[in-house]
Ligand binder design. Structure first.
Ligand code: DC
Length: 223
């Protein structure tokens, strides 16, 4: 089974996708990590993430072990990593270079310890539209920019990062704008995705709603 969870930053995709993966015994693929790895690698080389040649040369050599290595860096999940990821992800040639590794994962899904999995929960922006248009269940989750900025702000505070709410809100809006307006695979719901606005919902409510969607899908398959 393939499930895609797409949507803007801090909509709650990661928490939802990992809970679903656990419940249905599927592996979880956070595709944002692919772009964060490229963006951070470019920044660590002292180059500009808007520079196509620098980003493309990193993207063409990217491997899963390299992503895991970079994910341990302090800036991988920080605003620096997020901003660099958003910039490299707007470059069409970079997206093209990273597409196959994301698609191939569904052909031979594995857990992080190497065990074979029966399917994948993708978390991203274009999982349902570009990476896996054949997915069984597609969900697009969103929330107002204020609610998402507040969630990110609290995460940053817990990690001890010094940043104000207004700065996080400005970054959230800037990233939304870039993700939605890029020419290649702009962030948008697939035509057959269920759209859920989580602004006034708890994570448990969202989780329950998506589980119901998956269960109805399974019933249709069994008929
Ligand atoms: O989900 P995230 O915050 O880790 O994503 C980081 C950036 O990567 C985000 O600004 C958009 C980009 N991204 C993308 O363009 N396509 C994906 N499938 C996943 C992430």
């Amino acid at each position: 089974m393939i499930i895609t969870i797409d949507g803007p930053a801090a909509a709650g995709k990661g928490t939802l996708a990992s809970k679903l993966a656990l419940k249905y015994n599927l592996t979880y693929f956070d595709t944002g990590m692919v772009y964060r790895a490229v963006g951070l690698d470019v920044v660590l080389q002292g180059k500009d993430p808007n520079d196509e040649q620098s980003a493309l040369s990193v993207a063409q050599k990217l491997t899963f072990p390299r992503i895991m290595e970079l994910s341990k860096h302090q800036d991988f999940r920080s605003a620096v990593g997020g901003d660099a990821a958003s910039k490299v992800s707007a470059i069409p040639s970079v997206r093209a270079a990273l597409l196959q590794m994301q698609r191939d994962f569904a052909l031979n899904p594995q857990f992080s310890d190497g065990r074979k999995a029966s399917g994948v929960v993708y978390d991203g922006r274009d999982a349902g539209t570009v990476i896996c248009p054949q997915a069984d269940v597609k969900v697009f989750i969103t929330a107002s920019s204020e609610v998402r900025a507040m969630r990110r702000f609290k995460e940053f505070q817990q990690k001890g990062l010094t940043i104000t709410y207004d700065e996080v809100l400005a970054q959230t809006r800037e990233r939304d704008e870039r993700d939605a307006s890029r020419s290649s695979a702009p962030m948008k719901p697939a035509d057959d995705a269920v759209i859920i606005d989580t602004s006034d919902m708890s994570i448990d409510e969202v989780y329950k709603k998506v589980c119901d969607i998956i269960e109805s899908h399974k019933k249709i398959l069994e008929k």
